[in-house]
Ligand binder design. Structure first.
Ligand code: ATP
Length: 357
């Protein structure tokens, strides 16, 4: 990897010291301001040992800036980071013991082979890294291409070589910034399998992405960030369970049902279409409506939830649709384990990202 400071994230020290009780990543109240731009706005993250943790958000949401702070590459304006209990700002390189990864894309000397690039990195690293070059090439499925010039590698091969470079130090925590960005579907699948393989070896992985599909099969938990703020942290499966749903209702008297639904608390976006009604509601509100219909002598022929996909929920959280109330609606039905964070500003109508500059 050609070392701009932002890419040179591999660590000093070894990763074989006795296990510590501390969390791989614990960030509290992280803020990063660039003049009037608040790139990261009071972010809390907790990555537990052995997890694959997804850091999800659209372009410009603040993912890379957060990862840079985690790795001590930039100093937070406010807040604190601990990696296995150590602060990368206060404790310097010691805090990065056992931590590896890359922010933005990994870079290598294109006229040298993948193996030669890794050998050079290993020579700088010490700590037995030189003995691991073939092993890490094998881990990322590049053993066969190890002697090819990196300039001839595909984008996916380059990304995997970046991970191989990070693995030279046998990290306990791997931090990867958008490792699957720019890959074709086969490359994304290979990256997913690689991350699963690394996790199976006991490596805690924190990876960022702006694509839900890239992380939903591999991540145990996610944080979703929008305009610098974390709007959800928890398992994706609980995000799905936490939301309001759309319902379809067909009754013996849809006109009467419409009148009753109009005055029922928690029934939103009510429309009658043909022989059915449609509305959005929590499970509780839909249940209350069914009781009210029964009490009024209106028979329910069908009341069926239309499931929102995770993709729908992700877009609601990160972009909103009509700009009002999306996060409030989701927060109102929050799941058992995940934490939805909604406030007036983030639920509001301004969906533009702050300009880079
Ligand atoms: P992407 O997926 O596009 O990389 P991101 O979620 O990683 O997006 P960041 O790169 O962290 O987002 O940027 C967050 C915000 O902070 C953006 O508005 C960006 O323009 C701004 N920003 C980042 N770095 C700087 C900087 N050095 N100076 C000024 N603004 C910056």
């Amino acid at each position: 990897m050609v070392g701009s400071t932002e890419q040179a994230l591999r660590t000093t020290g070894t990763s074989d010291e006795p296990d510590r009780a501390e969390l791989p990543v614990r960030a509290r109240g992280l803020v990063k301001r660039y003049k009037e731009i608040v790139a990261v706005d009071h972010v809390d993250l907790t990555v537990r040992r052995g997890e694959v943790y997804g850091f999800l958000g659209p372009n410009g949401a603040g993912k890379t800036t957060t990862l840079r702070m985690l790795l001590g590459l930039i100093v937070p304006s406010e807040g604190r980071v601990q990696l296995f209990g150590r602060d990368p700002i206060a404790d310097g390189a010691r805090a990065l013991d056992g931590v590896a990864g890359f922010v933005e894309a990994p870079r290598f000397y294109p006229y040298l082979s993948g193996r030669k690039n890794l050998q050079m990195m290993a020579a700088l690293d010490g700590y037995g890294a030189a003995d691991r070059v073939d092993e890490v090439l094998g881990l990322v499925d590049l053993l066969g291409a190890g002697n090819q010039r990196v300039g001839g590698y595909s984008h996916g091969m380059g990304q995997r070589l970046g991970i191989a470079g990070a693995l030279l130090r046998s990290p306990r925590l791997l931090i990867l910034d958008e490792p699957a960005t720019g890959l074709d579907p086969a490359g994304i699948r290979d990256m997913r399998l690689l991350i699963m393989r690394l996790a199976a070896e006991g490596i805690t992985v924190l990876l960022s992405s702006h694509q839900l599909a890239e992380v939903q099969e591999v991540c145990d938990r996610v944080a979703i960030i929008r305009k610098g703020k974390v709007v959800y942290e928890g398992p994706l499966v609980e995000l799905r369970g936490s939301s309001e749903r759309s319902y379809r209702l067909h009754t013996s008297d849809d006109q009467r049902a419409l009148e009753l639904a109009r005055v029922q608390a928690g029934i939103k976006d009510l429309v009658g279409s043909g022989s059915e009604l449609r509305f959005n509601a929590s499970e509780e509100a839909a249940g209350s409506l069914s009781i009210a219909l029964g009490a009024a002598g209106v028979a329910i022929y069908s009341l069926s939830p239309v499931h929102a996909t995770l993709e729908d929920l992700f877009f609601e959280l990160t972009e909103g649709t009509d700009g009002a109330g999306e996060l409030d609606a989701l927060a109102a039905g929050r799941g058992a384990g995940g934490v939805l964070v909604a406030d007036a500003e983030s639920a509001g109508g301004d969906m533009t990202e702050a300009p880079r500059g």
